[in-house]
Design a protein around this ligand. Structure first.
Ligand SMILES: Nc1ncnc2c1ncn2[C@@H]1O[C@H](COP(=O)(O)OP(=O)(O)OP(=O)(O)O)[C@@H](O)[C@H]1O
Ligand SMILES: [Mg+2]
Length: 277
């Protein structure tokens, strides 16, 4: 697709070991335009590390090399800490799995939703509050004034995830990386949150890199799919064709649909036959 917001070429991530560096992401290339690109693959295939590398959030032990990592013309490999801070609050956002770990329990919701505006804009306190209340309403939270004044402990999981999305989108980033954004929620809430993410992505003209275990869900919400295995991209296909995937590996992932009951348990890793081990 043309007009890529993000271009990654030949990205390799390795960790040191006694026997030298061990690559866990191996020379992968991808682009994201104003669309939803899903990254799927078995546990340990390198999905989260890929997302974190794009956000500059890898553990410091990790060694990253790429022939290109461009976001809106910015060379991500040359950014220093100040450059990253500027970009993360305004150009790119990360949504993680569980609001319990992403929201600070000691601060009211309003302050956390406004944080990107405080750090990256010159809006007045009154303007920030108005933007936060608008965004809380926009993500479907009833009674935004009450949510704004609440502490995270007062929110259900689904409400917490909507607050996280509001906090990420308030400064209108161009690219969102969502790492399993709904796997801590029950099935009905998952669909609501993904429907919301999909419509906001379209409305704001954003790109979304959606990391997920759930291929059947991805087939309904994404535009394109990248399939990873052992640090490599093994298949690329339109989301609408996932059900007819040709490789045994992707078919195995399609059949191994995670459920709320398996949340928190280890998902199958596939043998070379493509069958769960
Ligand atoms: N800090 C680290 N040090 C060494 N190896 C790591 C580290 N973090 C991740 N790895 C290894 O890198 C590989 C890819 O990890 P990653 O978290 O990207 O997988 P994933 O595809 O997101 O898996 P999951 O579906 O379970 O979230 C794994 O084999 C993991 O063991
Ligand atoms: Mg992961």
């Amino acid at each position: 697709m043309t007009d890529a917001l993000l271009t990654v070429e030949d990205l390799t991530i390795s960790f040191p070991s006694d026997n030298g560096p061990v690559p866990v992401v191996k020379s992968i290339s991808l682009t994201v335009a104003r669309e939803i690109v899903a990254v799927v693959g078995e546990s340990g295939s390198g999905k989260s590390l890929t997302g974190r590398a794009i956000m500059g959030l890898l553990p410091c032990r990790a060694h990253v090399r790429a022939s290109r990592m461009l976001f809106e013309g910015i060379d991500l490999q040359t950014l220093g800490p100040a450059g990253w801070n500027g970009l993360r609050g305004s150009g790119m956002g990360l949504i993680l799995q569980d609001p319990k770990f992403s929201l600070n329990p000691a601060h009211r919701v309003g302050r956390q939703v406004e944080e990107a505006l405080l750090l990256h804009t010159k809006l007045s306190a009154r303007e920030r509050k108005q933007r936060a209340l608008d965004m809380l309403a926009r993500v479907g939270l009833p009674d935004p004034e009450r949510v704004y004044a609440s502490y995270p402990a007062a929110l259900s999981g689904g409400m917490g995830q909507r607050v996280m999305i509001a906090a990420m989108l308030i400064n209108r980033p161009m690219l969102i990386i969502a790492d399993e954004p709904t796997s801590a929620l029950d099935r009905g809430l998952q669909d609501q949150v993904l429907t919301l993410l999909r419509s906001l992505t379209e409305e704001f003209g954003m790109g979304l890199l959606l990391i997920s275990h759930d291929l059947q869900q991805v087939s309904r919400y994404a535009d394109r799919v990248i399939v990873m295995r052992q640090g490599e991209i093994v298949e690329r296909l339109p989301a609408s064709e996932l059900a007819q995937a040709q490789t045994a590996y992707t078919r195995g992932l399609w059949a191994a649909r995670p459920s709320f009951a398996t949340y928190g348990t280890r998902l199958p890793v596939f043998e070379d036959s493509g069958r769960p081990s």
